[in-house]
Write a protein that binds this ligand. Structure first.
Ligand code: ATP
Ligand code: MG
Length: 414
């Protein structure tokens, strides 16, 4: 983003004019070197948080205790963090205490991997004391300093290492890998939510299976604070994750629950424990239920009505996702669902009614027209009307619907 880069450079220039140091650091320097899109630009400086807040007009004290101030320049946001070291690692987690230091080198030294410990100055020069650029070029993940110590300080780094290896298709350097395997049980100190965040990035990347294999190989997966059914019931599905889109994210996670052998009910306690939101769990659940519905009808009733009623129950987005999921299912399941897969998209495209909101009549209208009192029959009738109009068997006009309603209502009386 050239606009963001430009503002970042004026931010650095301002710091330097005021007599301080300022560098781009961390993920943005790494991503730029890799020619990957840069989402946010982090800046390190020897100015204290208070000084940063005096220098810039628009600031937010985001993480002032950790030295981080958000600076807004022409609408672009930057996290400006005072050079610091971290100490007092209690429980192998992110430290409570940070100490500000005067030296960029000290700040780079606390960072996890060599590729994340590169600073770039305003003139484009690099400060790269741990040869991160070399490791980047060779595709190597290597801890800064002694890997055993670094994982002991903060066990999340093990998972970050696997995540980076997976997303970038990089190799974990042998000493770093050995330390990771050796220290793996420390991962139990890391909260489920932070594990989930790393897993989400890994699964959304281009080589999710590589990450899953590393989690299994290192046995990190069995020490994590979240439970995963092991071994997976259908491991071959995990190898297909990269063959379906990364967005919407629920798509790949649905394939994971299928691989683990969890149905739409069984997956709920797991999703909860993995700290996914209810909204996300709901998306996965709808896709699983749509799949289960189609599968249940597959051998005797794989017709348009069944498909349309599933679309109405689980939503058109879910139906679209099911079409994307189908190609990576096992051959056997694909065969059973071939008819739905072949026609589903067309049936979906032809639909223009997806819920009662799209129907030209509501419950009040029906009661008035039939001069009847409400009851369970009303919901049933409305559902019939919805299905019939959605399937094109009934015109979506008040007239046609009322005529149909009268017929059905009378039938019910007799
Ligand atoms: P992403 O692409 O996920 O944002 P990132 O490397 O930018 O990757 P962030 O969590 O944004 O990750 O962290 C920014 C920087 O802070 C990292 O590049 C690294 O230098 C440092 N860092 C982050 N987490 C840790 C950690 N657990 N231990 C040491 N350094 C860390
Ligand atoms: Mg980042």
């Amino acid at each position: 983003d050239p606009q963001m880069a430009e503002q970042g450079i004026s931010l650095l220039r301002r710091l330097i004019e005021q007599g301080y140091e300022g560098y781009f650091v961390g993920g943005c320097v790494r991503d730029e070197l890799m020619e990957r899109p840069v989402n946010d630009m982090d800046i390190a400086t020897n100015a204290t948080p208070e000084q940063v807040m005096t220098i810039f007009e628009h600031t937010i004290p985001t993480g002032i205790a950790h030295g981080t101030i958000t600076v807004i320049m022409n609408g672009e946001q930057f996290e400006v963090t005072t050079y610091r070291t971290e100490s007092d690692y209690t429980d192998h987690r992110h430290p409570e205490q940070v100490q500000f230091v005067s030296d960029l080198y000290e700040d780079l030294r606390r960072r996890d991997f060599t590729m994340n410990a590169i600073a770039r100055g305003i003139d484009g020069s690099y400060v790269d004391p741990f040869h991160g650029r070399e490791d980047l070029e060779q595709g190597i993940i290597r801890c800064v300093g002694d890997p055993e110590e670094r994982f002991e300080e903060d066990a999340l780094r093990m998972l970050r290492g696997i995540r980076f290896s997976s997303v970038f298709n990089f190799t974990i350097e042998p000493a770093t890998w050995q330390a990771l395997v050796h220290r793996r049980s420390l991962i139990r100190y890391i909260a489920a939510e932070r594990i989930r965040v790393e897993m989400e990035k890994m699964i959304a990347g281009p080589y999710p299976f590589k990450g899953i294999q590393l989690l299994q190989e290192s046995e990190l997966v069995s020490d994590m604070k979240i439970s995963v059914p092991c071994p997976p019931e259908q491991p071959e599905l995990l190898n297909r994750l990269a063959d379906i889109p990364a967005v919407p994210v629920s798509l790949r996670w649905t394939l994971i629950t299928m691989a683990l052998g969890l149905d739409s009910e069984q997956m709920k306690p797991y999703m909860k424990e993995w700290t996914f939101s209810n909204a996300f769990m709901d998306q996965v659940s709808r896709l699983l239920r749509m799949h289960e519905r189609l599968l249940a009808a597959a051998d005797h009733n794989a017709n348009r009505e069944v498909y349309i009623s599933a679309v109405i129950d689980y939503g058109r987005e879910t139906a679209g996702q099911w079409q994307q999921l189908y190609p990576v299912l096992t051959d056997n399941v694909q065969q059973q669902l071939a008819s739905f897969a072949a026609h589903g998209q067309q049936w979906l495209d032809e639909m223009n009614i997806f819920g009662m909101g799209d129907v030209q009549i509501n419950g009040q209208d029906l009661l008035a027209a039939l001069q009847a009192k409400g009851g369970p029959w009303l919901g049933k009738l409305m559902n019939e009307i919805l299905l019939a109009t959605a399937a094109g068997q009934l015109d979506n006009t008040r007239e046609a619907i009322l005529e149909y309603a009268h017929q059905q209502y009378e039938k019910r009386d007799n």
